[in-house]
Design a protein around this ligand. Sequence first.
Ligand code: PRP
Ligand code: URA
Length: 221
Amino acid sequence: MSINHFPSVVIVNHPLAQHNLAVIRDKAACGDVFKCAFDRLASVLLIEATKDLPLQLTKIETPLMKAAVPMLDLDYTVLFVPILRAGLGFSESALKLVPNAKVCHIGMYRDEKTFKPVWYYDKSPAQFKNPDKMKVFILDPMLATGGSALAAVELMLKKGIQEKNIVFVSVLSAPEGLQKLTVAYPSIKIVTTAVDDKLNEHAYIMPGLGDAGDRLFNTDK
Ligand code: PRP
Ligand code: URA
Protein backbone atom coordinates (compact mmCIF):
# COMPACT_ATOMS: atom_id res chain seq x y z
CA MET A 1 0.00 0.00 0.00
CA SER A 2 1.54 3.28 -1.07
CA ILE A 3 1.84 5.88 1.63
CA ASN A 4 1.17 8.56 -1.00
CA HIS A 5 -2.47 7.53 -0.72
CA PHE A 6 -2.51 9.01 2.77
CA PRO A 7 -0.87 12.45 2.88
CA SER A 8 -1.85 13.04 6.53
CA VAL A 9 -0.11 9.85 7.67
CA VAL A 10 3.39 9.88 9.14
CA ILE A 11 5.19 6.53 9.20
CA VAL A 12 7.88 6.63 11.87
CA ASN A 13 10.90 4.95 10.31
CA HIS A 14 13.23 5.69 13.21
CA PRO A 15 15.35 2.54 13.78
CA LEU A 16 14.26 2.33 17.42
CA ALA A 17 10.61 2.41 16.38
CA GLN A 18 11.06 -0.25 13.70
CA HIS A 19 13.20 -2.45 15.97
CA ASN A 20 10.79 -2.35 18.90
CA LEU A 21 7.85 -3.00 16.62
CA ALA A 22 9.62 -6.14 15.41
CA VAL A 23 10.16 -7.20 19.03
CA ILE A 24 6.48 -6.88 19.96
CA ARG A 25 5.30 -8.59 16.77
CA ASP A 26 7.13 -11.75 17.85
CA LYS A 27 4.69 -14.14 19.52
CA ALA A 28 7.46 -15.22 21.91
CA ALA A 29 7.69 -11.70 23.40
CA CYS A 30 5.60 -11.72 26.54
CA GLY A 31 5.40 -10.04 29.93
CA ASP A 32 8.24 -7.60 30.59
CA VAL A 33 9.85 -8.12 27.18
CA PHE A 34 6.67 -7.01 25.41
CA LYS A 35 6.03 -4.14 27.85
CA CYS A 36 9.58 -2.79 27.70
CA ALA A 37 9.69 -2.79 23.88
CA PHE A 38 6.18 -1.27 23.77
CA ASP A 39 7.26 1.56 26.12
CA ARG A 40 10.31 2.32 24.01
CA LEU A 41 8.25 2.36 20.83
CA ALA A 42 5.57 4.53 22.45
CA SER A 43 8.18 7.16 23.38
CA VAL A 44 9.50 7.39 19.83
CA LEU A 45 5.99 7.65 18.37
CA LEU A 46 4.99 10.30 20.89
CA ILE A 47 8.08 12.41 20.14
CA GLU A 48 7.06 12.45 16.48
CA ALA A 49 3.39 13.07 17.31
CA THR A 50 4.18 16.10 19.51
CA LYS A 51 6.72 17.73 17.23
CA ASP A 52 4.36 20.57 16.24
CA LEU A 53 3.43 21.62 19.78
CA PRO A 54 3.41 25.43 19.94
CA LEU A 55 6.36 27.25 21.49
CA GLN A 56 6.64 30.76 22.89
CA LEU A 57 9.66 32.89 23.69
CA THR A 58 10.04 32.89 27.45
CA LYS A 59 12.31 35.03 29.60
CA ILE A 60 14.69 33.08 31.80
CA GLU A 61 17.97 33.80 33.53
CA THR A 62 20.94 31.51 32.88
CA PRO A 63 23.85 31.57 35.34
CA LEU A 64 25.41 34.16 32.99
CA MET A 65 22.67 36.46 31.68
CA LYS A 66 19.00 37.02 30.95
CA ALA A 67 17.73 35.36 27.78
CA ALA A 68 14.50 34.78 25.86
CA VAL A 69 14.27 31.12 24.85
CA PRO A 70 11.58 28.93 23.27
CA MET A 71 9.52 26.89 25.73
CA LEU A 72 6.18 25.09 25.39
CA ASP A 73 3.37 27.63 25.09
CA LEU A 74 1.57 27.27 28.42
CA ASP A 75 -1.60 28.78 26.92
CA TYR A 76 -2.13 25.42 25.23
CA THR A 77 -3.35 22.31 27.02
CA VAL A 78 -1.94 19.00 25.86
CA LEU A 79 -4.55 16.28 26.30
CA PHE A 80 -3.82 12.59 25.86
CA VAL A 81 -6.84 10.39 25.22
CA PRO A 82 -5.98 6.70 25.60
CA ILE A 83 -8.67 4.31 24.38
CA LEU A 84 -9.07 1.56 27.02
CA ARG A 85 -7.69 -0.93 27.30
CA ALA A 86 -4.76 -1.10 24.94
CA GLY A 87 -4.32 2.69 24.69
CA LEU A 88 -3.23 2.63 28.34
CA GLY A 89 0.07 1.24 27.08
CA PHE A 90 0.93 4.79 25.94
CA SER A 91 -0.07 6.68 29.09
CA GLU A 92 3.10 6.36 31.15
CA SER A 93 5.38 7.40 28.28
CA ALA A 94 3.06 10.28 27.37
CA LEU A 95 3.01 11.72 30.89
CA LYS A 96 6.78 11.39 31.24
CA LEU A 97 7.32 13.17 27.93
CA VAL A 98 5.04 16.21 28.17
CA PRO A 99 5.10 18.39 31.28
CA ASN A 100 1.65 19.17 32.74
CA ALA A 101 -0.19 17.13 30.13
CA LYS A 102 -3.71 15.96 31.00
CA VAL A 103 -5.10 12.48 30.41
CA CYS A 104 -8.73 11.77 29.63
CA HIS A 105 -9.64 8.07 29.54
CA ILE A 106 -12.27 6.68 27.23
CA GLY A 107 -13.22 3.03 26.93
CA MET A 108 -14.68 0.87 24.21
CA TYR A 109 -14.32 -2.71 23.06
CA ARG A 110 -14.87 -4.14 19.62
CA ASP A 111 -17.83 -6.45 19.24
CA GLU A 112 -16.48 -9.81 18.06
CA LYS A 113 -19.18 -10.33 15.44
CA THR A 114 -19.93 -6.87 14.08
CA PHE A 115 -16.44 -5.40 14.72
CA LYS A 116 -18.22 -2.22 15.81
CA PRO A 117 -16.98 -0.38 18.91
CA VAL A 118 -19.09 -0.65 22.06
CA TRP A 119 -18.67 2.26 24.50
CA TYR A 120 -18.29 1.56 28.21
CA TYR A 121 -16.44 4.58 29.61
CA ASP A 122 -16.12 8.30 28.97
CA LYS A 123 -14.24 10.45 31.46
CA SER A 124 -14.24 13.56 29.23
CA PRO A 125 -16.22 16.67 30.24
CA ALA A 126 -19.55 17.45 28.53
CA GLN A 127 -17.74 20.27 26.68
CA PHE A 128 -14.05 21.16 26.82
CA LYS A 129 -13.25 24.65 28.15
CA ASN A 130 -11.19 26.70 25.69
CA PRO A 131 -10.98 23.92 23.07
CA ASP A 132 -9.21 26.18 20.55
CA LYS A 133 -6.20 26.11 22.84
CA MET A 134 -6.02 22.34 23.07
CA LYS A 135 -3.82 19.81 21.32
CA VAL A 136 -5.41 16.37 21.57
CA PHE A 137 -3.59 13.07 21.04
CA ILE A 138 -5.81 10.00 20.73
CA LEU A 139 -3.79 6.92 21.69
CA ASP A 140 -4.57 3.39 20.53
CA PRO A 141 -1.97 0.85 19.39
CA MET A 142 -4.21 -0.70 16.72
CA LEU A 143 -6.00 1.04 13.84
CA ALA A 144 -7.78 -1.93 12.26
CA THR A 145 -11.24 -1.32 10.73
CA GLY A 146 -11.03 2.26 12.04
CA GLY A 147 -14.34 1.98 13.92
CA SER A 148 -12.83 2.70 17.34
CA ALA A 149 -10.69 5.58 16.03
CA LEU A 150 -13.69 7.19 14.35
CA ALA A 151 -15.81 6.88 17.47
CA ALA A 152 -13.08 8.54 19.58
CA VAL A 153 -12.61 11.36 17.06
CA GLU A 154 -16.37 11.98 16.85
CA LEU A 155 -16.53 12.26 20.64
CA MET A 156 -13.74 14.86 20.70
CA LEU A 157 -15.36 16.90 17.90
CA LYS A 158 -18.73 16.79 19.66
CA LYS A 159 -17.08 18.26 22.74
CA GLY A 160 -15.58 21.22 20.88
CA ILE A 161 -12.12 20.08 19.73
CA GLN A 162 -11.23 21.12 16.18
CA GLU A 163 -10.18 18.45 13.68
CA LYS A 164 -6.86 20.22 13.00
CA ASN A 165 -5.96 19.97 16.69
CA ILE A 166 -6.27 16.17 16.83
CA VAL A 167 -3.44 13.68 16.25
CA PHE A 168 -4.14 9.94 16.20
CA VAL A 169 -1.23 7.79 17.40
CA SER A 170 -1.13 4.08 16.63
CA VAL A 171 1.54 1.39 16.68
CA LEU A 172 0.16 -0.51 13.70
CA SER A 173 -2.36 0.39 11.04
CA ALA A 174 -4.35 -1.52 8.46
CA PRO A 175 -5.00 0.09 5.07
CA GLU A 176 -8.76 -0.26 5.70
CA GLY A 177 -8.65 1.79 8.92
CA LEU A 178 -6.31 4.42 7.52
CA GLN A 179 -8.56 4.87 4.51
CA LYS A 180 -11.64 5.29 6.68
CA LEU A 181 -10.05 7.79 9.07
CA THR A 182 -8.27 9.89 6.43
CA VAL A 183 -11.32 10.12 4.17
CA ALA A 184 -13.61 11.12 7.04
CA TYR A 185 -11.09 13.50 8.67
CA PRO A 186 -8.36 14.61 6.25
CA SER A 187 -6.94 17.22 8.66
CA ILE A 188 -6.17 14.73 11.40
CA LYS A 189 -2.51 13.76 11.49
CA ILE A 190 -1.95 10.03 11.98
CA VAL A 191 1.33 8.83 13.41
CA THR A 192 2.08 5.11 13.12
CA THR A 193 5.03 2.73 12.81
CA ALA A 194 3.80 0.62 9.90
CA VAL A 195 0.92 0.01 7.55
CA ASP A 196 0.39 -3.74 7.37
CA ASP A 197 -1.05 -5.80 4.50
CA LYS A 198 -4.71 -6.25 5.33
CA LEU A 199 -7.30 -7.40 7.85
CA ASN A 200 -8.15 -11.08 8.25
CA GLU A 201 -11.70 -12.47 8.52
CA HIS A 202 -11.77 -11.58 12.23
CA ALA A 203 -10.68 -8.00 11.43
CA TYR A 204 -7.23 -8.58 12.92
CA ILE A 205 -4.29 -6.78 11.33
CA MET A 206 -2.06 -9.10 9.26
CA PRO A 207 0.75 -9.82 9.92
CA GLY A 208 0.07 -7.60 12.94
CA LEU A 209 0.96 -8.39 16.52
CA GLY A 210 -2.21 -10.10 17.72
CA ASP A 211 -4.50 -8.63 20.36
CA ALA A 212 -2.66 -5.61 21.71
CA GLY A 213 -4.69 -5.36 24.95
CA ASP A 214 -4.25 -9.04 25.75
CA ARG A 215 -0.52 -8.91 25.12
CA LEU A 216 -0.02 -5.73 27.18
CA PHE A 217 -2.03 -7.02 30.11
CA ASN A 218 -1.15 -10.75 29.93
CA THR A 219 -4.73 -11.83 29.33
CA ASP A 220 -4.22 -14.03 26.28
CA LYS A 221 -5.56 -17.52 26.74
C1 PRP B 1 -8.61 -3.09 19.94
C2 PRP B 1 -7.66 -1.92 19.78
C3 PRP B 1 -8.54 -0.85 19.23
C4 PRP B 1 -9.50 -1.62 18.37
C5 PRP B 1 -9.09 -1.46 16.94
O1 PRP B 1 -9.34 -2.95 21.08
O2 PRP B 1 -7.00 -1.57 20.95
O3 PRP B 1 -9.22 -0.11 20.22
O4 PRP B 1 -9.41 -3.01 18.76
O5 PRP B 1 -10.01 -2.05 16.08
P1 PRP B 1 -10.88 -1.22 15.06
O6 PRP B 1 -9.96 -0.28 14.35
O7 PRP B 1 -11.42 -2.30 14.18
O8 PRP B 1 -11.96 -0.51 15.81
P2 PRP B 1 -10.23 -4.15 21.67
O9 PRP B 1 -11.64 -4.05 21.21
O10 PRP B 1 -9.55 -5.46 21.42
O11 PRP B 1 -10.26 -3.82 23.22
P3 PRP B 1 -9.08 -3.89 24.30
O12 PRP B 1 -8.17 -2.75 24.01
O13 PRP B 1 -9.81 -3.74 25.57
O14 PRP B 1 -8.37 -5.21 24.19
N1 URA C 1 -7.30 -5.11 17.77
C1 URA C 1 -6.13 -5.71 18.11
O1 URA C 1 -5.77 -5.72 19.30
N2 URA C 1 -5.43 -6.31 17.14
C2 URA C 1 -5.79 -6.31 15.86
O2 URA C 1 -5.07 -6.86 15.02
C3 URA C 1 -7.00 -5.68 15.52
C4 URA C 1 -7.72 -5.06 16.49
